[in-house]
Design a protein around this ligand. Structure first.
Ligand SMILES: N[C@@H](CCC(=O)N[C@@H](CS)C(=O)NCC(=O)O)C(=O)O
Length: 222
């Protein structure tokens, strides 16, 4: 049985959504956010203190995009995965890596320096700069969607899940109002997916059952 360690609407939402797309059985272990500070025994599970942590037998993964690649390759080759012999394999890997390194990373600076820090440690200029950085990097998504409904391989793949989380985070940060109509339409298509909606419902139900606060991690304020 796969176990996914998760905080509501944190990056661990990527593997949660993909598990729902795949229809695999899994255990969802919820943690209050940030576990490093408010549930220190989580460090025994993952010394980094971050979510996600996916445990699959002896395999332990802590990078959300890598988990998407791992699950899709193992459980959905040629469907949610793009295989090495497909023309879009390179594009697929590029989107997976871009999803966190280029699209989520600048938003975490916005989150931290606009919302999480206190008093003098708030850095409005940093937040503004990285908001602009994020919106500029979305141009890659914009130009790809000019000729396709999804990012690569002419179908919905794990890359859409990984990039879709960056759009979810933008929604929480109030940046979605600046999406272009094309990105907004793509984001609506992703949210309409039954697996996306099941993932949202499942995390709230699991948080409720495990007595973990339901507030999404990006909405928590000190
Ligand atoms: N690159 C990693 C980042 C993991 C990460 O930083 N997760 C955040 C939640 S979105 C976290 O656990 N933060 C808590 C902390 O840093 O203590 C990934 O994509 O999974």
């Amino acid at each position: 049985m796969i176990t996914l360690h998760h905080c509501v609407s944190a990056r661990s939402f990527r593997p949660l959504w993909l598990l729902e797309e795949l229809g695999l059985p899994y255990e969802l272990r919820m943690w209050p956010f940030p576990p490093r500070a408010v549930a220190r025994h989580y460090l025994e599970e993952n010394p980094l203190g971050t979510v996600p942590l996916l445990v699959d037998g002896h395999v332990r993964l802590t990078e959300s995009a890598a988990i998407c690649q791992y699950l899709a390759a193992r459980h959905s080759p040629g469907e949610l995965d793009v295989t090495v012999d497909e023309a879009h394999f390179g594009a697929y890997l590029n989107w997976l890596h871009m999803s966190d390194a280029t699209l989520t990373f600048p938003q975490t600076l916005v989150l931290r320096y606009r919302h999480f820090e206190i008093g003098e440690r708030l850095q409005p200029q940093v937040a503004e700069d990285y908001e602009r950085w994020f919106l500029a990097r979305l141009r890659a998504v914009e130009s790809t969607l000019a000729t396709a409904d999804f990012l690569c391989a002419m179908r919905f793949t794990a890359a859409d899940v990984a990039v879709g989380y960056a759009l979810l985070l933008a929604e929480h940060l109030g940046l979605a109002e600046q999406f272009t109509p094309r990105i907004q339409a793509y984001w609506s298509r992703l949210q309409d997916r039954p697996a996306f909606q099941r993932a949202i419902a499942r995390q709230l139900q699991a948080a409720h059952e495990q007595a973990v606060p339901l507030t999404p991690a990006p909405d928590i304020r000190p």
